[in-house]
Design a protein around this ligand. Structure first.
Ligand code: FES
Length: 150
């Protein structure tokens, strides 16, 4: 394993062990439940908006290490961003985890989220990495909803 991917693995393990923003927002502007029917994992994402910007974003639920770490890092990455910026970042994230495995991630743009670039080598884990993101989009677009990764 290269030093690069070891570092990434360490970041993912850290966020799985100590997920950030792992709490409920009592009266959120939006929330949605995301469900991966392949494994039964389910998470809820809560968002509080300040106009068009994400003021607070949190999550709760049970999932594998990748889905939990992805949700945790997502909450850190999108705080303060507008809806459009969140959607753009989701598109880039999704491209990164489904892209050609030999393509290097844009670390400057993706920051810590680049830790998930290796997921593209494991198609079964793409849904784990993107579960929180699909759920977030439902929460900020519609204000509520239930999404599945199917
Ligand atoms: Fe269930 Fe990853 S195995 S979300």
């Amino acid at each position: 394993m290269s030093e690069f991917s070891e570092l990434y693995q360490e970041v993912i393990l850290d966020h799985n062990r100590r997920p950030r923003n792992f709490r409920v927002i009592e009266h959120p502007d939006g929330s949605a439940v995301g469900h991966n029917p392949l494994c039964g994992d389910e998470i809820t994402v809560y968002v509080d908006m300040d106009g068009d910007a994400v003021r607070d974003v949190t999550f709760q639920g049970a999932g594998c290490a990748i889905s939990k770490a992805s949700a945790s890092m997502m909450t850190e990455a999108i705080r303060g961003k507008s809806r459009d910026e969140v959607i753009r970042l989701f598109d880039e994230f999704h491209r990164m985890v489904t892209d050609d495995p030999s393509a290097l991630p844009d670390v400057e743009r993706m920051g810590k989220l680049a830790a998930f670039s290796g997921v593209c080598e494991f198609p079964a884990r793409v849904k784990c990495a993107s579960l929180a993101w699909h759920t977030l989009l439902a929460a900020i677009k519609d204000g509520k909803g239930i999404v599945t990764t199917e």
